[in-house]
Design a binder for this molecule. Structure first.
Ligand code: FES
Length: 114
């Protein structure tokens, strides 16, 4: 069977949950998810990684792993990250999005869901 990622339009695609809940329940928007998303987009662009055959950065609604938030997920590897600050975002860009090396220290604990 061929590599399912081999004919992907993007080499890697990262989605940031930007969901905000008005009722005070935990949500990624409470943890500066918007800034992290913008930082990631800017870094990917600045490093010349953006575009077809390369990297795409998108916002998403709730990914249903709010307890681990703020979260982002990278495909095709389906690797989930729980990040804290811009330093973490820069590391994800440099290590994973650019060089394909998973950032182990930021991995979302597998049992954490909603
Ligand atoms: S609010 Fe971000 S995963 Fe649910």
């Amino acid at each position: 069977m061929s590599d399912p990622g081999s004919n992907s339009y993007y080499k890697r695609h990262i989605f940031f949950c930007l969901n905000e809940r008005a009722n005070g329940e935990a949500c990624c928007a409470q943890h500066n998810a918007q800034q992290a998303f913008e930082r990631c987009k800017a870094q990917v662009k600045a490093q010349g990684l953006a575009g077809p055959g390369q990297v795409r950065v998108n916002k998403s609604g709730c990914l249903d792993r709010c307890a681990a938030g703020p979260v982002a997920v990278v495909y095709p590897e389906a690797v989930w990250y729980s990040y804290v600050d811009e330093h973490d975002i820069d590391e994800i860009v440099e290590s994973h999005l650019k060089n394909g090396r998973v950032v182990e220290r930021l991995l979302t604990p597998p049992h954490l869901g909603r």
